[in-house]
Design a protein around this ligand. Structure first.
Ligand code: MN
Ligand code: MN
Length: 318
């Protein structure tokens, strides 16, 4: 079998070459590929700062730092899996619904094979068309949603599509198994107390940052696993889940969040869920001194890749 793997950093320096994710080959193929990195450079749904359209490029650039072995999961992902950097999906700046159509259409065609997509945002509005494409392939899926915000507002500025609304729409469009879905990390000021109730009324389990501080990370992991069970799951990671001290390059930062180390550890602890896709969204490079937010996002993606390899390695050893 042909295998697509990153360029060898021992043979060619990591600062060299075209900036694909982790220096994977940029090939628009779906043959002999386990996962595809896919950029979605859209900020048409941003409500405060804009510039998330630059996110995929920034994450790709700094991802050159990543090396081939993950000591925390004790796995060299590319011993088991093949991956590509597909490039970016088409977007339409300023016209979110047109962008949605294009994102859904092209992602759907990628998903005609058994590829697991790892999408780089873009603001969080992009997760809605992603989930539309995922549903066509897999039916409704469970959602694991790490974010400082629930993103379940009904409308923003009188409009239904925005990075504050995708999971309200996703429930309405029956894209989710909402009884298996969980939102984690909500914190910060909100528009009114009714916004606390909306996600619960929609059927999500919601665990706020405050609650997590009380129950601890171990109990959080248990609750996520219990909720999701063996359902097919999409993991959506809004970088503002992390404290802005660690991830300042984002559109709607909220203080009092998690550390990078806590987040990476949480992802590893959730390695045995039945994932069908991932995204990491809301990286905003112009507010990202020293590229630390993009670096964190790249490492989150590396954990996702490692999880895919972990699952493959278990299948092989069966
Ligand atoms: Mn979000
Ligand atoms: Mn957020």
């Amino acid at each position: 079998m042909k295998k697509y793997v990153p360029a060898d950093p021992i043979k060619s320096p990591r600062f060299s070459g075209i900036k694909t994710f982790m220096r994977l080959p940029h090939i628009k193929t779906t043959e002999e590929v386990d996962f595809a990195i896919i950029g979605v450079p859209s900020d048409a749904g941003a409500s405060f700062r804009t510039g998330q359209r630059e996110g995929p490029a920034a994450i790709r650039k700094i991802s050159a730092l990543l090396r081939g072995h993950n000591p925390d999961l004790n796995i060299s992902p590319f011993d088991y899996i093949s991956g590509i950097d597909y490039g970016d999906l088409p977007v339409v700046p300023g016209y979110i619904e047109d962008g949605y159509e294009k994102i859904e259409k092209e992602l759907s065609s990628i998903l005609e094979t058994d590829i697991i997509p790892i999408l780089l945002g873009g603001d969080h509005a992009i997760t809605l068309p992603e989930l539309r494409a995922i549903k066509k392939k897999h039916g409704p899926v469970a959602l694991v949603h790490f974010d400082a915000h629930s993103d379940t507002i009904d409308e923003y500025f009188g409009k239904p599509y925005n990075h504050g609304t995708p999971f309200k729409r996703a429930v309405e469009e029956e894209l989710l198994k909402v009884d298996k879905s969980i939102q984690v990390g909500m914190r910060g000021s909100i528009y009114s107390d009714k916004h606390l109730k909306i996600p619960k009324e929609l059927g999500f389990e919601v665990i706020t940052t405050n609650e997590i501080r009380k129950i601890g990370l171990e109990e959080l992991v248990k609750r996520i696993k219990n909720r999701v069970g063996d359902a097919k799951v999409f993991f959506t990671f809004d970088i503002d889940f992390i404290d802005p001290a660690y991830a300042p390059g984002t559109g709607t930062p909220e203080v009092g969040g998690f550390t990078s180390a806590e987040a990476l550890d949480l992802i590893r602890e959730l390695k045995d869920l039945n994932y069908v896709g991932f995204d990491v969204v809301e990286v905003l490079p112009s507010f990202d001194p020293a590229e630390i937010t993009a670096l964190l996002a790249a490492n989150i993606v590396y954990e996702f890749i490692s999880i895919i390899a972990h699952k493959k390695s278990k299948e092989i050893s069966k």
